[in-house]
Design a binder for this molecule. Structure first.
Ligand code: ADP
Length: 238
């Protein structure tokens, strides 16, 4: 539609999804990818990929990931710095699971300034008990990474991926003791990131992600983005 309009270099959109483990960042990212055609940058997925491939990075972080503790800031900062320089990030990208510490948030702001990106920060707010229930029912396809949930998104056949027929598994760090550790890490190290953004004069949009189905939460994220001054989904879509 806009291809014959004069080029207007819109600033890349950096959509930052904050929220505790189990808040639905990954699921919402997938909807946004489909809507805007910008890539999802999930530091968790990138780190798991290193582990799967047995890289030096993978070997250095495997124990921490398995225990549900955060991996060093410098490492994720470097991964993100590289990833956002890829051509597919020109119009924007979604940061899912990053930043997770105030040091990462500071570095993120520096990186975004460097590429002229404008951030929109969305905090998916979920009740603690809802998170525990969700994470206990979570299963993942080891082949394609699709997430399922016994309660909110069951596969058509129990225990089997709808897309490729693989047997679903529980991610190592979705086991009960590890979930507790991940939630503690979130409280201690990641929730201050929200205050960091506010103290820095940045707006944090809060979206209640406890009660409604994922599609309804997405509808609210979409409506909210459409109210952000200067944001027009069209700019990202063209
Ligand atoms: P969730 O958000 O459900 O906890 P993720 O897939 O985002 O799951 O992250 C899984 C694990 O990867 C974390 O527990 C942590 O060990 C590591 N990790 C992911 N992103 C970061 C990050 N930005 N900083 C440090 N560690 C991270």
């Amino acid at each position: 539609m806009a291809s014959d309009q004069p080029e207007r270099a819109a600033a890349p959109l950096a959509l930052v999804l904050l929220g505790s483990p189990g808040s639905g960042k990954g699921t919402q990212s997938k909807y946004i990818v489909e809507w805007l055609g910008i890539p999802q940058i999930s530091t968790g997925d990138m780190l798991r990929d290193h582990i799967r491939r047995g890289t030096e990075i993978g070997l250095s972080i495997a124990a921490r990931m398995k225990a549900g503790t955060l991996v060093p800031d410098e490492l994720v900062n470097a991964l993100v710095a590289d990833r956002i320089s890829w051509p597919d990030c020109k119009k924007g990208f979604i940061l899912d699971g990053y930043p997770r510490t105030t040091a990462q948030a500071q570095e993120m702001m520096r990186l975004l300034t460097g590429i002229g990106a404008e951030e929109v920060v969305i905090h998916l707010v979920v009740d603690y008990n809802v998170i525990i229930a969700r994470m206990q029912g979570r299963r993942v396809c080891p082949k394609c990474g699709t997430l399922y949930n016994a309660v909110s998104r069951p596969p058509q056949t129990e225990g089997i991926c709808d897309l490729d027929g693989e047997k679903l598994v529980i991610r190592d760090d979705d086991r009960a003791d590890v979930v507790r550790e991940r939630l503690e890490q979130y409280e201690e190290r990641t929730s201050p990131v929200i205050d960091f953004f506010r103290a820095d004069g940045r707006r944090v949009f809060e979206v209640d992600a406890s009660r409604e189905r994922p599609e309804a939460v997405f509808a609210r994220i979409r409506a909210l983005l459409e109210t952000v001054p200067g944001f027009s989904g069209k700019e990202v879509l063209v």
